[in-house]
Ligand binder design. Sequence first.
Ligand SMILES: Cc1cc2nc3c(=O)[nH]c(=O)nc-3n(C[C@H](O)[C@H](O)[C@H](O)COP(=O)(O)O)c2cc1C
Length: 211
Amino acid sequence: MKRILGIQGSPRGERSHSRRLLDHFLQALTAEQRDVEISRREVGRITLPPVTEGWVAAAFSKPHERTLAMHADLALSDELVGELLATDRLVIAAPMYNFGVPSGVKAWIDQIVRIGRTFDFTPEDPVNQYKPRVLGKRGLIITTRGDRGYGPEGVNARLNHADTHLRDVLGLIGITDVEVVAVENDEFGGMAFEDSYQAAQLRLAQLAVDF
Ligand SMILES: Cc1cc2nc3c(=O)[nH]c(=O)nc-3n(C[C@H](O)[C@H](O)[C@H](O)COP(=O)(O)O)c2cc1C
């Protein structure tokens, strides 16, 4: 059985394009590949707690030295990391916000990038200081944007800190096989948006077969 985890990053509900595309993708994937288990994690419409001083102290302590309070500080992070480690495929659906990711997605990232759980840091090894621990998984980013030209060759490529950030963070923990499917022109609407939306739907339909 293949396990798929969908991260829902938009604060919008039914109006959200990224959320709708994720729903369609997961439905198509379930239809195409029978033996799959889907789970979803909402990070856009709830407030995930930010990392605190207690969290940092706990995360950087050795597990056997943690107090009960430290374990409590890490409880949500442990849950999110466990969920991530248990999945085979990760799909993050989120809009671009201010050239980056929405704060809920950033809060989720801060909770799942965990030393000793999702990566190891070995300063004594000058060649390979960071060692990923989340191996053998594929990632997919479904993103929607108001403006246009954020693709690799586009006029706004330099401003796209969302894809680069997600790719770099996922790469740090070991998810390097990542594709981005983007819809642009939401703010312009019309055919420019429709064409972009349809192209994304087509690519997602292809991915649903063997993702
Ligand atoms: C707070 C905020 C910031 C945004 N920042 C950007 C941006 O930097 N670049 C861009 O192209 N669109 C930006 N947008 C537009 C959204 O990315 C776009 O409307 C997207 O399709 C919304 O996704 P959703 O329908 O899944 O909520 C922003 C929208 C909001 C509300």
